[in-house]
Write a protein that binds this ligand. Structure first.
Ligand code: F6P
Length: 318
């Protein structure tokens, strides 16, 4: 292996830069050239590619976002587009590719590996929605961002004795809502994996008020529905003032936590080792803290089961 490429794709996640740094420096100490591919698969398709050296990744381990930029590029589902991308890699002499991203990005990596490109995936998404790995890069930082916001909302909510509905990211996966909801002391956690009724939500709020709770925190994953509408229903039926806060893209930015930096460094290092071992079509993850790798088809075919046990703990602790 003489030359590899690296790209970040899909929604960014804190810790992607730490992974880029780890891939680049691990390759360089092994005398492998590194090419940075800008703006994900779109940049690969357009040939937005520049060489990287040790200095290219200096002073980035602590930064959110991705120095390589990213893009959503649904056109990559098209075989002809992927073939052109594979051609670009050949023109640049790139023999191995590291893709950092979520499930959509891994689909692209799978497609490229089927075209004979040696490809390794590193999970980078705040959603933690890749079932084969315990953790994705960015999830820990996003949880802490949400908890920080919840702590602030709790102050004002408590002063005004209001109900707060806090909407967090997660279209199909409620992990961020579940973990941040538990850590933030939410009385209600609404996730796409569970059904709920308006009556249940309102009953919890009313029960809380009867127990002299000064405030009530409802954490809702974006995939569940419109948090402003839910807040209005709560207020209309319970008579308790309710405010909704949509945290939005604040959850995707910020300095990565130590956990995410270490995870990204370990995964980036392993990605290069796998390429040097001649592996392809593999994705890196962690199981009980250990770094593992799986076949990309296998990894994408499993859906994360909802953590009922953790949900039960959160509800028991209300
Ligand atoms: O995939 C990560 C994620 O942050 C999801 O939680 C969210 O639904 C989506 O990206 C938002 O994407 P965009 O920034 O493209 O609007």
């Amino acid at each position: 292996m003489k030359k590899i490429g690296i790209l970040t794709s899909g929604g960014d996640a804190p810790g992607m830069n730490a992974a880029i740094r780890a891939v680049t420096r691990t390759a360089l100490v092994n005398n492998i050239e590194v090419m940075g591919i800008y703006k994900g698969y779109m940049g690969l398709h357009e040939g937005e590619i520049l060489p990287m050296d040790r200095r290219s990744v200096s002073d980035i381990i602590q930064r959110g976002g991705t120095i390589l930029k990213t893009a959503r590029f649904p056109e990559f589902k098209d075989l002809a587009v992927r073939e052109k991308a594979a051609q670009v890699l050949k023109i640049y002499g790139i023999e191995g590719l590291v893709v950092i991203g979520g499930d959509g990005s891994f689909m692209g990596a799978k497609g490229l590996s089927e075209l004979g490109i040696q490809t390794i995936g590193i999970p980078g998404t705040i959603d933690n929605d890749l079932a084969y790995t315990d953790r994705t890069i960015g999830f820990d930082t996003a949880q802490n961002t949400v908890i920080d916001a919840i702590n602030k909302i709790r102050d004002t909510s408590s002063s005004h004795q209001r109900v707060s509905v806090v909407e967090v990211m997660g279209r199909d996966c409620g992990d961020l809502a579940l973990y941040a909801g538990l850590a933030g002391g939410a009385t209600t956690i609404l996730v796409p994996e569970r059904k709920y009724t308006d009556e249940e939500i309102i009953k919890t709020v009313m029960d809380g008020r009867r127990q002299m709770k000064h405030h009530n925190l409802v954490v809702i994953a974006e995939g569940v529905g419109n948090s402003h509408e839910i807040a209005k229903k709560i207020e209309d039926v319970s008579g308790i003032e309710t405010r909704a806060t949509v945290l939005g893209h604040i959850q995707r930015g910020g300095a990565p936590t130590a956990f995410d930096r270490v995870l990204a460094s370990k995964m980036g290092h392993r990605a290069v080792e796998l390429l040097m071992e001649g592996k392809s079509g593999r994705v890196i993850g962690t199981v009980k803290g250990d770094i593992v790798d799986y076949d990309i088809h296998e990894a994408l075919s499993v859906k994360r089961p909802f953590n009922e046990k953790l949900y039960q703990i959160a509800m028991d602790l209300v």
